[in-house]
Design a protein around this ligand. Structure first.
Ligand code: ZN
Ligand code: ZN
Length: 326
């Protein structure tokens, strides 16, 4: 049987294309993709169509290793989205997520996890323990990685936060809730808001407290990308509070005197996560396999990628993962 990739051809349609097994060049690994989580950022490609095979939350198995690599064939792992250079000032400081000389992005300009194979630089591959199923391993990417980094950004400004507000509990917001509970304890208060009742109920099931408007908090994370939500979040910061805007989206208007100066508050951004965070998050995943798995509500075979997207975009899901057999 030929190897097939799911291709988003536009108009909300998925088609399948035959793909040759690639060869690993020097420093590269060929990863047989076994699971890929769908992300809100795939929405545009599903509607508009793209040539490159999508999927940037992929887990799989190394099936070929090029010259100069040390990863064994058969190693399971996940692929970091950004092909960081490893040498620039950001990378040398560990901030691979803001590499100054990025070479590409998996699933955007390099074949991604909705295809059978991904050719990746060895430095962007992270090995994962065999006890972790492939679908669950994808949580190391946006769910735990991006969300965990957003919390780190808040802690950088405010190391002793005692409560948190999450605006928007789509997949990233749910990840922030999950990571806050795993890292700060089950009793750590996390207030959540979202226009969707389904999402609020789901977040409540994970220990979040749904609110119309939160009390004054030490930290807020905006995972909605919406101006209105960001505006509310910044006004609900207590003294020395911090708002972390994770991901992209709309703007925010600040009354600098009131919002920032008198409160000594901060508004900062958070983009993806540094590669080195995998180490902590992998440990956290091993200790909380079940808790992390509950965020993955649906799994579809690659042949059902169409249904996977329609279900995900219907809005009543946690993470939706497309899986492939070996
Ligand atoms: Zn994503
Ligand atoms: Zn770099």
């Amino acid at each position: 049987m030929a190897d097939l990739a799911a291709v988003l051809v536009g108009g909300g349609r998925v088609e399948f294309r035959e793909v040759e097994r690639p060869v690993a060049g020097p420093g590269e690994l060929v990863v047989r993709c076994r699971a890929n989580a769908i992300c809100g950022s795939d929405r545009g490609a599903f509607a508009g169509g793209v040539e490159v095979v999508q999927g940037h939350e992929a887990a799989g198995e190394v099936v070929a290793a090029g010259e100069g690599t040390t990863t064994a064939v058969g190693t399971r792992g996940v692929v970091y989205l950004m092909v960081f250079c490893g040498e620039c000032r950001s990378c040398r400081a560990g901030a691979t997520n803001v590499c100054l000389d990025k070479r590409g992005d998996m699933g955007f300009n390099r074949a991604g996890g909705l295809g059978p194979y991904a050719v990746v630089e060895e430095r962007v591959f992270f090995p994962v323990d065999e006890r972790v199923p492939f679908a669950t391993a994808t949580a190391l990417l946006d769910v735990m990685g991006t969300s965990g980094h957003a919390l780190d950004r808040a802690l950088m400004v405010r190391p002793e936060i005692e409560d948190l507000y999450v605006a928007g509990v789509g997949p990233v917001g749910l990840g922030v809730l999950l990571m806050a509970k795993l890292r700060f304890g089950a009793d750590f208060p996390v207030y959540v808001s979202d226009p969707s009742q389904w999402r609020l109920d789901f977040a409540a099931g994970m220990g979040g407290t749904p609110v119309q408007e939160p009390p004054l908090v030490d930290a807020a994370v905006d995972a909605s990308g919406r101006t209105e939500a960001r505006q509310t979040a910044v006004r609900r910061l207590g003294r020395r509070g911090v708002l972390v805007c994770v991901g992209h989206g709309q703007g925010l208007e600040l009354d600098v005197s009131r919002d920032l100066v008198s409160n000594e508050a901060a508004v900062i951004g958070s983009e993806y996560f540094p590669y080195a965070d995998f180490v902590r998050n992998h440990q956290l995943l091993l200790e909380n396999l079940e808790a992390v798995s509950q965020l993955i509500t649906h799994e579809f075979a690659l042949a059902d990628t169409q249904a996977a997207f329609e279900t995900f975009l219907g809005g009543e899901t946690g993470k939706v993962v497309v899986t492939q057999d070996a």
